[in-house]
Design a protein around this ligand. Structure first.
Ligand SMILES: Nc1ncnc2c1ncn2[C@@H]1O[C@H](COP(=O)(O)OP(=O)(O)OP(=O)(O)O)[C@@H](O)[C@H]1O
Ligand SMILES: [Mg+2]
Length: 434
């Protein structure tokens, strides 16, 4: 049988970042991947699992610390003209017109002006932006802007097209349109692209588009599953085979992983300082929702549908529920544990007390904040104090999000107060702050 050629491959790719404190943050830990001619591969993974890092490593924007990436068998050492990328944020230059933004990709390759112009117009036409050549990005809707993003990638005639959550900043309908148009261009071979690699956190999107789905696990990042999608295009979300595959992927993504070997355990996991982005209002909404189901148990896809949540919004909530011992998530189901049931049934004030107990028992960071405040004579501390501590272990942005969650939870449980204006945490009620 004819074996399709491998266009892009990764072998044993390890990509690490150095934290401001000089620690190694290993994001990808030995990733192997082959992208074959003729296939669409989707990379699924939860927020922070390293999807964008992998994509950036594959197209030569990041150098792996170990392992190798090869494009047509040649080592990738920098951006390759045959690979193009579409970004979630569109990444357009606001001071350039549509036409100029599209030409940019070609300018980098040294294509003469005349030819640039011709090819840009063709790409603009292909992607349905005809008539908008001289518009500026700010004059366009989100969907139109992402069309520019696609035109800029396609104008270079890439044989490998990489996309990092290209539809996730768009509203549902716009995303659907653009997605099917791209699939049509691909199926009708109106683009020279021979393989597509799409990063997404949306399971249905992966099943709609891909021939093969790879699930990236987090901490540290490597593949935990590969699924083939044998369904004919165009695909119907309502079809039983489609639903079944979506279920299977949910199950894979929610089945506990064996703990990493001690020598690969990163600082992030061992410190227990990482908190999912799960505001208390949404977290208690989730607990109540599950409590209302028979047996306090529900299938996650059904729950996500019922709560109108995307997977990226649901997982931090279920992670938080697990972290606090409120629920157990396994094989695509969530079931409340006695503490979760107790929380769901309690009155507001009792809820707060229960929540305080769970926090102190399961969240070292919150116990730590409380202890620092308890031992200070002023019984207060600026949030920067804790931020700096967290930044020793994670990037600044993550530290901010983690502390935000800790503050949200701690305030709700009345373990401490927080003054938004001064950024001060304290054991006094907020009105005492002068
Ligand atoms: N330049 C960097 N310096 C330090 N840490 C980084 C850097 N880029 C990413 N990270 C960290 O690496 C991890 C993986 O990030 P990455 O953006 O690849 O994840 P992702 O799967 O794309 O997440 P999302 O779904 O949120 O886009 C995160 O913990 C992130 O904070
Ligand atoms: Mg990303």
């Amino acid at each position: 049988m004819h074996r399709p050629a491998v266009l892009l491959s990764a072998q044993g790719v390890v990509t690490s970042f150095t934290t401001p404190e000089g620690r190694e943050l290993r994001v990808l830990d030995g990733v192997d991947l082959d992208l074959h001619e003729g296939e669409i591969v989707a990379l699924l993974g939860r927020s922070g699992s390293g999807k964008s890092t992998l994509l950036r490593t594959l197209i030569g924007l990041l150098r792996p610390s170990q392992g190798e990436v090869r494009y047509h068998g040649r080592p990738v050492t920098g951006p390759e003209p045959g690979m193009a990328m579409v970004f979630q944020s569109f990444a357009l230059f606001p001071w350039l017109t549509v036409q100029q933004n599209v030409e940019l990709g070609l300018e980098a390759q040294g294509v003469p002006a005349q030819e640039r112009r011709r090819r840009a117009l063709a790409a603009i036409d292909l992607i349905g932006l005809d008539g908008f050549e001289s518009a500026f990005p700010k004059e366009l809707s989100g969907g139109m802007r992402q069309r520019v993003g696609f035109a800029r990638a396609l104008v270079t005639d890439p044989d490998v097209l990489c996309m990092d959550e290209p539809f996730s900043a768009l509203d549902v309908l716009t995303a659907e349109n653009l997605r099917s148009e791209l699939l049509e261009l691909w199926a009708e071979r109106r683009i020279p692209t021979r393989a597509i690699l799409i990063v997404t956190h949306n399971i249905e999107e992966a099943v709609l588009m891909a021939d093969r789905i790879l699930v990236l696990s987090a901490d540290p990042g490597r593949f935990r599953a590969e699924l083939r999608v044998g369904l004919p295009q165009p695909r119907d979300r309502q079809e039983p085979a489609f639903r079944e595959l979506v279920e299977r992927i949910y199950a894979v993504m929610t089945t506990p992983q064996p703990p990493a070997a001690p020598d690969t355990a990163s600082d992030r996991t061992s410190l227990g300082f990482r908190l999912p982005k799960a505001p208390i209002a949404q977290l208690s909404g989730l607990i109540e929702e599950v409590a209302s189901r028979p047996g306090a148990r529900e299938d996650l896809p059904v729950l996500a549908g019922g709560m109108r949540l995307e997977i990226d919004d649901l997982f931090p909530l279920t992670d938080a529920a697990e972290l606090l011992g409120l629920a157990r998530v396994s094989h695509g189901d969530i079931v409340l544990l006695p503490p979760g049931l107790g929380f769901a049934e309690a009155e507001t004030q009792v809820r707060k007390q229960l929540f305080a107990q769970y926090l102190l028992a399961h969240v070292p960071l919150i116990a730590h904040i409380r202890q620092v405040l308890d031992t200070r004579p002023s019984r207060r501390a600026p949030e920067e104090r804790f931020l700096r501590e967290l930044e020793d272990f994670m990037p600044e942005e993550d530290a901010g999000q983690v502390l935000e969650t800790a503050i949200d939870w701690g305030r709700y449980a009345e373990l401490f107060a927080y003054d938004y204006n001064s950024g001060v945490l304290s054991l006094d009620p907020p009105e005492d702050l002068d």
